[in-house]
Each structure stands twice: as structure tokens, then as C-alpha cells.
Design a protein around this ligand. Structure first.
Ligand code: FE2
Length: 461
């Protein structure tokens, strides 16, 4: 019997339909000040026959992107929509004409990792070669987008927007390159600068960080390996003990030779919470898997913790401190303060997700999910957990400020939470300053939402 693929079952199981639903039922009271859309991207393979998904047995990271969105206005939840991103293959599977657009090196893919808005464009993003796809406000695909033709290669899943300058930073990587590429787009959505930074071995660089002065790069020992695929691994990236782990500081406007590298202990970092300059030092808060990490199995050998790295560019010292020992992922700050000092952070408590935690019929063991969101007060050194109960799988949470001028943490924490009683997802809104209280509102959505990746709160402008 074929081995059960955990990423096609349980809370990961893809949905099969695109839905449009209006005037959604709400328990509690939706804050009238929240007017905008909450959008979240994630993999949603088009079934077992999806040839792209079958490649490498189907890894969570390889499913076609589907964006789920809820529109809030005047204290109402106006609509819910879910839409596949139309790559050429997705469009063909749906018997539709591909909307078209540029393609980088034949690496067309339905971007599945993040959804952002920049220069008035809604962009679904993914890393490792393909271009982003632009969507309409109703989540229909406009087409692939290459920043006005000025993007030299593919783009990145994670970006950092400096709201004071309007500059959108990204680090693109692609397996045939012997460099990673720093890409800066201006407030108008044009690529205004790129810098190719030489790195050996083709490392995976999923995320990075930004401060006033620096782009912070994580050159860690998960590197490209076609042999890994030949050997039956799901992804062509594998732990490479010969690759020196290091963190790099690239001056924001610096040329490729101005990056300085500092050695760190072997570890893996998918995500940073935020970073900022602290005098001469650079402070980065991140979620770190200590020791070797296997991206095909999504398993680490060491603990997963929220850490603070303090980098001293003069001495080259990188001081590491654990901020929270609970296993967690998807760390987020208030998007308005990316690259500036932060006090608060939000994350999802998780446990190890792997075949070890999944039985052959697709049920997840009790330990597979912690079903909680965490709020960190990094000044007080405290954290609170909002528990959702058994089977209420909780993914990434994003912060929505109560108004454009509200202070940090003055607002709401939004996340899609599976509601096991209904067998469908709720959009849950927690008051950030009363984090453990009952949710302010639960918007009851008409369908499940598979566990996915990243999203954005996009207030009306
Ligand atoms: Fe990510």
C-alpha cells in the first residue's frame, strides 16, 4: 500500500472547490474600525493526479497556491473567497485560458507562500525561481508579474517593506545561481536596485531581516542537492554539514562586496520576527531550529525556540539568547514597524509536524499541534497563550492596528482557526491587549481552510 502523504490529509488536506460567500455569520462583534481584507496564501494541490505535486512524492511546499480572503467593512464580514493562483498548469487543469505574463527560466508556478500588497498591486509570492502572480481585489489572477520587466530573475516569498521609504526589499535565490540577489522595489513598484551576493553551495534563503542600516542574510547549511532528489528526498535541498553557517550584514544601499559575514553555530531559520539597529549593534529576533534540519521531512534534531541574536559588527560576535522555549513558528510583528524596534510579537505554537506524528489513516497525534497563538512582550520578558482546544489547528496570526495611527499592539490579532464543531474554519479576531480573553469576533466561514503559510491584513487606503 502506498504510504499516506501527511500533506494530503488531516488539517493539510486540500479543498476541492472555489467558493464565494457573502454576509458571513459572526459570533461576537466585528470592530467597525477594521475595514479591509485579511488574505492568506497556502498550498492546495489539485488532487492526487496533480503531476507537479506528485514530483518528489508531494511536499507541503509544492502544492499550487490558493489564496483565502475575508472582506470586513462597517462591522460586517462582507465576503469570503478562495481562489487558486492561475499558473499555466492550474489554468489548464481548470480548463481555463492561462492569463499569461512573463516567465522566468520556464519556472512557472502558482505562487503559494505569501500574499502582499505593494504599489497598489496584490502579489502572491513564492521563492526559488518563479515570478509572483498579481491578483485582483477579488482574488482573480491578473498574470505573472516582473516589476515592470526590471526583475532579473525570480522573486522571493518573503519581503520587507520599510513604510517610511516605501521601499520593498527581497532576497531572491535560484538553484543555478552562485549568488543570492538583493532586490529593492520603490514605492511605485519598479525595481530600482539589485545586488548579486556570492554564496557557495546554493543555500535555501527563505526569509531575511531588515534594519535602518542593513539587510540581514541567513546563509545556513540547507543547500541545493539534485542528489537528494535522486535519493528519494522530497525537496532538492538538504542539510549540508560542510557549509559554514553564517549571518551577513549587507548595507541597504551597498554593493555586493560590502556584505560582512559572521559565523554562527549550525542551525536552521525559516523565519525572522523583526530586526533593528541598537546603537552599533544589530538585533534580530527569529525562530531557530538548533542543530541539523531536514527540510524534506520538516524535522530538526534540536529544540525550536524564539531567539534574539545581537550582532556586533566591530567584534564579529553574535550573541544568542533564547526568548521563549516553546516550539513556535510564523512569528510576526506589527507590519508598520518592520525594521524598527519592536516590543511585541505574535506567533503560532506548534509541535513537530512529520510522519512520526501522523497515523496511516491521516489522524494527527495529540502532540502534532499545540493549537495556540502566542503573544510576546519582549520588553517585559513575558508571553501569553490563547488556547483554542483540541483539533482547532492554528496557523499564522497577523496584527491589524485599530487605526493607522494606533500604537504598537493597539489592535487585533487575526488568524484562520479550524472549528472542529463545524468542520470549517473561523476567522478569529483577538484583542491584542486582552489576548487571553474570548475572541472579539469569530467569522464563520463556509468551508475548511487547509493549514497554510503567510498572509496580510490589508486595510482600505
Ligand atoms: Fe515563510
Amino acid at each position: 500500500m502506498a504510504e499516506q502523504n501527511p500533506f494530503l490529509s488531516g488539517p493539510y488536506a486540500p479543498v476541492e472547490q472555489e467558493i464565494t460567500a457573502f454576509d458571513l455569520p459572526v459570533t461576537g462583534t466585528l470592530p467597525r474600525e477594521l475595514s479591509g481584507c485579511y488574505l492568506r496564501n497556502g498550498p492546495n494541490p489539485m488532487g492526487l493526479e496533480d503531476p507537479g505535486y506528485r514530483w518528489g512524492e508531494g511536499h507541503w511546499f509544492l502544492g499550487a497556491g490558493m489564496v483565502h480572503g475575508v472582506r470586513l467593512r462597517d462591522g460586517r464580514a462582507e465576503w469570503y473567497r478562495n481562489r487558486w493562483v492561475r499558473s499555466r498548469r492550474v489554468a489548464a487543469a481548470l480548463n481555463e485560458k492561462w492569463p499569461g505574463g512573463p516567465v522566468h527560466d520556464d519556472a512557472d508556478f502558482a505562487a503559494n507562500t505569501h500574499i502582499i500588497r505593494h504599489a497598489g498591486r496584490l502579489l502572491a509570492t513564492v521563492e526559488a525561481g518563479p515570478l509572483p502572480y498579481q491578483l485582483t481585489d477579488e482574488l482573480e489572477t491578473v498574470g505573472a508579474f516582473d516589476f515592470g520587466g526590471k526583475l532579473p530573475g525570480g522573486y522571493a516569498a518573503h519581503t520587507k517593506l520599510d513604510r517610511r521609504t516605501g521601499e520593498l526589499h527581497a532576497i531572491a535565490y535560484y538553484w543555478p545561481w552562485d549568488y543570492v540577489q538583493h532586490v529593492v522595489a520603490d514605492a511605485g513598484g519598479q525595481v530600482i536596485r539589485t545586488a548579486n551576493i556570492d554564496v557557495p553551495d546554493g543555500p535555501m534563503m527563505h526569509d531575511f531581516a531588515l534594519t535602518d542600516r542593513y539587510v540581514v542574510l541567513f546563509d545556513l547549511p540547507v543547500t541545493f542537492s539534485m542528489d537528494a532528489v535522486s535519493a528519494g528526498r522530497k525537496l532538492p535541498y538538504t542539510w549540508n554539514p560542510a557549509h559554514q553557517p553564517r549571518v551577513g550584514l549587507l548595507p541597504r544601499a551597498g554593493g555586493p562586496d560590502s556584505v560582512r559575514w559572521f559565523e554562527v553555530e549550525p542551525c536552521w531559520v525559516f523565519h525572522t520576527l523583526n530586526a533593528y539597529d541598537d546603537g552599533d549593534r544589530v538585533v534580530v529576533d527569529l525562530v531557530r531550529y538548533a542543530g541539523p534540519y531536514d527540510v524534506s521531512a520538516l524535522e530538526g534534531k534540536g529544540p525550536l525556540t524564539l531567539d534574539r541574536w545581537s550582532i556586533d559588527p566591530e567584534s564579529g560576535a553574535v550573541r544568542q539568547q533564547s526568548l521563549d522555549d516553546r516550539a513556535q513558528e510564523f512569528p510576526r510583528v506589527d507590519d508598520r514597524i518592520v525594521s524598527q524596534p519592536h516590543r511585541y510579537g505574535y506567533s503560532a505554537a506548534i509541535s513537530v509536524v512529520s510522519r512520526d506524528t501522523v497515523s496511516l489513516n491521516g489522524d494527527f497525534a495529540d502532540g502534532a499541534f499545540a493549537n495556540a497563538l502566542l503573544k510576546h512582550d519582549l520588553t517585559a520578558g513575558t508571553a501569553e497563550a490563547h488556547e483554542f482546544g483540541r483539533d482547532a489547528t492554528a496557523g499564522e496570526a497577523v496584527f491589524a492596528p485599530a487605526s493607522a495611527t494606533a500604537g504598537e499592539d493597539d489592535g487585533y490579532v487575526l488568524a484562520f482557526i479550524h472549528n472542529p464543531e463545524r468542520g470549517a474554519a473561523d476567522l478569529v479576531l483577538l484583542a491584542a491587549q486582552d489576548f487571553t480573553a474570548e475572541p472579539v469576533a469569530r467569522v464563520h466561514l463556509p468551508a475548511r481552510i487547509p493549514l497554510g503559510f503567510h498572509g496580510s491584513w490589508l486595510p482600505d487606503q
